[in-house]
Design a protein around this ligand. Structure first.
Ligand code: SF4
Length: 299
């Protein structure tokens, strides 16, 4: 795992609401009965807390444009960050309506656009490693080498600062103990400061296990999407998850040995969730199989 100061981005997650319903979403969209919407004071405090961070500040969701105050949020980003220090992720919600505002404040290479109209992949994230890897040393080793923490980002949600973006989402979904206080320089702390988060989130996560991707990448446009989960997570989620209560899940009971992990690792490329890079609707148009206007059929 990396120190947070080495990351290319720390996200400010302004909402975990999204109009799409991908299988195995990194923000567990579809499970939440009540998504969060970060208030403007917290957005300001979050950006201020990243003063001196050498990487970029991510404007991230869910889908940021589901936030009713997204215009004010973008103004705060514009006021508090240098143009080359900010990056926005969008699933293209109301793109035509919003694109002028986006281009006004973000450089094109720092706009990540994924409207989920072309095939994509999502690694299952709700198989608790402790349920399926009985060798605790092996589980620790896999967690210590987790590709998400090594390649993606830390993040800030209304519950605090987190060492990993998936851990932040798991903390909200599983009603975890929350992140570290959003204070200046929280991200400079060593990984020791985040041990509590690792103990609660990483043990409930399957990002580091080489599992097959299971998503058509169409965000629920073709019908309900199922998340793969393990027994102990099912026991927690059956009370609190809309997706589980609707039956949109499948249980994975398999146990994995060291040999299985090695064998399954060979063709495993979890961070390559699609075959192209897209900064706009036009970029995606060359690859898409469905119109972005296609109705989301997921329940
Ligand atoms: S919470 Fe999951 S994705 Fe994040 S570091 Fe832990 S194992 Fe990896």
């Amino acid at each position: 795992m990396r120190d947070l100061a080495e990351m290319h981005t720390i996200h400010v997650e302004v909402t975990n609401a999204c109009h799409l319903r991908c299988a195995n979403c990194t923000r567990h969209v579809g499970h939440h009965k009540k998504p969060f919407f970060m208030d403007l004071e917290t957005v300001e405090r979050a950006i201020d807390s990243l003063e001196g961070f050498p990487g970029r500040v991510g404007l991230m969701g869910g889908e940021p444009f589901m936030h009713p105050q997204i215009k004010e949020i973008i103004e705060i980003f514009a006021k508090k960050t240098e143009r080359r220090k900010r990056h926005i992720w969008t699933a293209g919600f109301k793109w035509e309506e919003n694109k002028d505002l986006i281009y006004e404040h973000f450089d094109e290479d720092y706009i990540t656009y994924n409207d989920h109209t072309a095939p994509g992949k999502h690694q299952p994230l709700l198989v608790a490693i402790d349920d399926v890897v009985e060798d605790k040393e092996l589980a620790d080793e896999l967690i210590n080498n987790c590709w998400v923490q090594e390649q993606w980002s830390a993040s800030i949600t209304p519950k605090g600062g987190f060492f990993c973006e998936v851990a932040a989402s798991l903390d909200y979904l599983l009603d975890g103990p929350g992140g570290v206080p959003i204070e200046k320089g929280w991200w400079k702390q060593s990984l020791d400061a985040f041990k509590n988060q690792m103990a609660t989130s990483c043990r409930k996560c399957s990002a580091p296990i080489p599992l097959p991707h299971e998503s058509d990448g169409f965000g629920g446009r073709t019908g309900p999407t199922k998340d793969t989960i393990s027994k102990s997570n099912y026991e927690i989620l059956k009370e609190r998850s809309l997706k589980v209560q609707k039956g949109n899940y499948k249980i994975l009971n398999t146990k994995f040995t060291n040999e299985d992990i090695i064998k399954n690792s060979f063709s495993w490329t979890p961070s390559r969730y699609r075959d192209f890079i897209s900064h706009s609707s036009e970029d995606s148009s060359k690859h898409r199989l469905l119109s972005p206007e296609t109705k989301i059929k997921a329940r």
